[in-house]
Design a protein around this ligand. Structure first.
Ligand code: GLN
Length: 485
């Protein structure tokens, strides 16, 4: 019996009924990784460890809601004893001595970590093209981007290799690849999931979350990922709810906002029509739709592209060739060691961000750029606060278009790619939870619907998404994968 494309719930049933052993499950997962290696969605696999853990689980009585489930981690979560590259040459030799809290929380729930997934270098990008380990491919169409930066994780789930993978989202990197690969992913409220042991990009925006085939499965993973962590100073000291217990609750009367500022003629016709169809679906399951205004949302992209590079320039200053990471062999003194290690270790996009970030933080420019961006960020947050007095959720498309060909966008002007984040970035700036799920396709490629929730209200998002999925079939669609075998 093949486990490819099965959900967590389906795999758990097979395990419970002894239709498959943990070892068989993991062996098939590892075989799939090998057969589909041209997708380039894994950087490292944990064959030996995964099979050993599966053997142990076959003998043990462990039975958490997700025990035995094969999972893949984005390669920026520190994994003790396993290479953690962050998609960069800089960390291509880095094997952490500890697990990230997300990893250990899931280990404690007895999932089986089968490997580490490909990603944009240091999570900077929206296509998984900037990886030092070469671009990853969209399973729906050869030579198309999977979205990014958590592209490898979204591919691994979309190709049915694993039912769940972790991702991180600083400006859309869980939701956007989930959308472009036709799977479901949620970025929780900032602080809900520990950032400890995640390689930092922009600390006030980074947040980890799951990518799965369904909202129901996302809830099962989030149950174990979330929670206060004293090792992360920005972790919220609040007990996380059991997300899975409310996903199937009756919807009741929910009001969903659509954003006036996003309803422009610039939205491509196919994206707009698919969005209209989803409005109708949500109405048919009892939701009320209301137009709202978020006047400052149009400034989200420029605001983010000041704040994120500023934080990145600070966070990445730790890579100096001394303590860990790439060390240049061509250094004569300390200064040339710093310069050459960073010049050789970082790719172009990372260097671009460090330069922008250093510039906007420098004296003389700080007030004009960084301080101004923080003020606009506050206004965007306040717009959301006002909106959530009137609606329970906000819906938008996840990205402005379907996936495109590798190498076809942003070659001469990288800011073209920054516009891919138009719909996703504002929830990071405001710290709000947001999910993407498939709701249609354009030219045979999936596109996503985004649901943004109020602060700490992942439960309403997951509930509405799950009921939407119970009434539609988009999440059940599978890529043929013929081109890859
Ligand atoms: N595309 C955005 C960027 O390049 C967001 C990336 C992310 O969420 N990690 O910064």
């Amino acid at each position: 019996m093949s486990i490819q494309f099965k959900t967590i719930t389906e795999i758990k049933k097979l395990l419970r009924e002894n239709k498959i052993s943990h070892v068989e499950l993991i062996q098939e997962t590892l075989d799939l990784i090998n057969q589909l290696s041209d997708l380039n969605c894994f950087i490292t696999t944990n064959d030996e460890y995964a099979l050993r853990k599966a053997k142990d689980l076959d003998l043990s009585k462990s039975n958490t809601s997700i025990s035995g489930i094969p999972i893949a981690h984005k390669d920026l979560f520190c994994t003790q004893g396993t290479l953690t590259t962050c998609g960069s040459k800089m960390l291509s030799n880095f094997t952490p001595p500890y697990d990230a809290t997300v990893v250990s929380n899931l280990e404690n729930a007895d999932v089986i970590n089968v490997g580490k997934t490909n990603m944009d270098e240091f999570a900077m990008g929206s296509t998984t093209e900037t990886s030092f380990y070469k671009p990853a491919h969209n399973p729906w169409k050869k030579d198309y981007i999977p979205g990014g930066s958590s592209g490898g994780s979204a591919i691994a789930v979309a190709a049915g290799i694993v039912p769940a993978a972790t991702g991180t989202d600083t400006g859309g990197s869980i939701r956007q690849p989930a959308a472009l690969c036709g799977v479901t992913g949620i970025k929780p409220t900032y602080g809900r999931v520990s950032r400890w042991g995640m390689v930092a990009f922009a600390s006030s925006l980074d947040q980890a979350g799951p990518i799965c085939r369904t909202a129901e499965d996302c809830a099962l993973i989030l149950d174990k990922m979330a929670g206060f962590d004293e090792k992360d100073t920005t972790s919220l000291d609040i007990k996380a709810p059991k997300f899975s217990s409310k996903v199937n609750a009756p919807l009741g009367k929910k009001t969903i906002g659509i954003v006036k500022e996003f309803m422009t003629d610039d939205v491509p016709k196919d994206v707009a029509t698919t969005f209209e169809n989803s409005i109708q679906t949500l109405e048919s399951i009892g939701c009320k739709i209301k137009t709202i205004s978020l006047p400052n949302i149009i400034y989200s992209v420029p605001t983010y592209y000041v704040i994120a590079p500023a934080e990145c320039s600070s966070n990445l200053s730790r890579y100096d060739g001394i303590k860990f990471g790439h060390r240049s062999k061509n250094a004569q003194d300390l200064e040339s060691l710093y310069i050459n290690s960073r010049t050789e270790g970082f790719g172009d996009e990372v260097k671009r961000r460090i330069l922008i970030g250093t510039y906007v933080l420098s004296s003389g420019y700080y007030d004009a750029y960084y301080k101004k961006a923080q003020q606009v960020r506050r206004l965007i947050k306040e717009d959301f606060e006002k909106a959530f007095k009137k609606v329970d959720l906000i819906m938008t498309p996840t990205s402005p278009s379907e996936a495109f060909k590798i190498g076809s966008k942003g070659q001469n002007d990288p800011t073209q790619l920054y516009l891919e984040d138009l719909y996703t970035i504002s929830s990071n700036l405001a710290g709000l939870p947001a999910l993407s799920m498939p709701h249609g396709e354009i030219n045979g490629l999936p596109i996503g619907l985004q649901l943004i929730g109020d602060y700490l209200d992942e439960e309403t998002i997951l509930n509405v998404a799950n009921i939407f999925q119970k009434n539609t079939d988009f999440h059940n669609k599978k890529p043929s994968l013929e081109e890859w075998l």
